[in-house]
Design a protein around this ligand. Structure first.
Ligand code: T5A
Length: 216
């Protein structure tokens, strides 16, 4: 297993819909910046210009009905571009890279949710991404009922057409949640589960403590 190279640190936030990743990442970036770290904030899908086109194809509800295997390959294509063009260069510059989702989401959504064999996803990751893993993954864990309500409320306010996964049934999102918890249990040293059903300040405070602990 190759971990993040260079001098930087690769931190990933994972979780189901509406877990609070975006808010937590903004908080982490501000706190780390105040402590003198150079921080790159990025996300999947859509961390590159090319990936933003893929993000639209993958997340918009209008007219997209991907076969699970095609969905998997588009997520992996986005990741290859993202790691080569954004993540690795920033790590080489010594920065802390904080990504909103990474391969854990593929294992959870296309594996747990869609039913694709996790062994295939791990094999693709090993072959196409040189088995490149984060230094730390934070799983923001919230019951899907709670997260989906938050996420749908946010989508209803905005003009973005990104609700394709939010539109899937509760059982799909329960499988996604279980996959994240299973992944974290298997990679204890590199993953922390944070109860994201609490007040925002508590969730973000725990996320910061875990990141500072990892950065040493
Ligand atoms: N995907 C992605 C795959 O299927 N495979 C893959 O390989 C990858 C990489 C990406 C979608 O693509 C899928 C998974 C996703 O469906 P996304 O934008 O990353 O889309 O995913 P979402 O989880 O839908 O993004 P959200 O913005 O909805 O969730 P966040 O970022 O976790 O949550 P956040 O911070 O935006 O908060 C959502 C709302 O909840 C409130 C916030 O104020 C906000 O309004 N909130 C809270 N309210 C009360 N208490 C708290 N503790 C709260 N925390 C946040």
């Amino acid at each position: 297993m190759a971990e993040a190279g260079g001098k930087g640190h690769f931190i990933v936030l994972e979780g189901g819909e509406g877990a609070g990743k975006t808010g937590a990442i903004a908080f982490l970036a501000a706190e780390l910046g105040a402590r003198g770290h150079r921080v790159t904030v990025t996300r999947e899908p859509g961390g590159t210009p090319e990936g933003r086109a893929l993000r639209h194809l993958l997340l918009s509800e209008s007219g997209n009905d991907w076969a699970p295997m095609a969905e998997l390959l588009l997520m992996v294509a986005d990741r290859v571009q993202h790691v080569e063009r954004v993540v690795k260069p920033a790590l080489t510059r010594g920065e802390v890279v904080i990504s909103d989702r990474y391969v854990g989401s593929t294992i959870a959504y296309q594996g747990g949710g869609r039913g694709i064999d996790a062994a295939l996803i791990l094999d693709l990751h090993a072959r196409l991404l040189d088995d490149f893993w984060p230094d730390l993954t934070l799983v923001l864990d919230v019951p899907p009922e709670v997260g989906l309500a938050r996420s749908r409320a946010r989508l209803a306010q905005g003009a973005v057409d990104e609700g394709r996964f939010e539109g899937l049934d509760l059982d799909f999102h329960r499988r996604v949640r279980q996959s994240f918890l299973d992944q974290a249990a298997r990679a204890e040293r590199f993953a922390r589960v944070i109860d994201a059903g609490r007040a925002v300040e508590d969730v973000q405070g725990d996320a910061l403590a875990a990141v500072l602990d990892r950065l040493g």
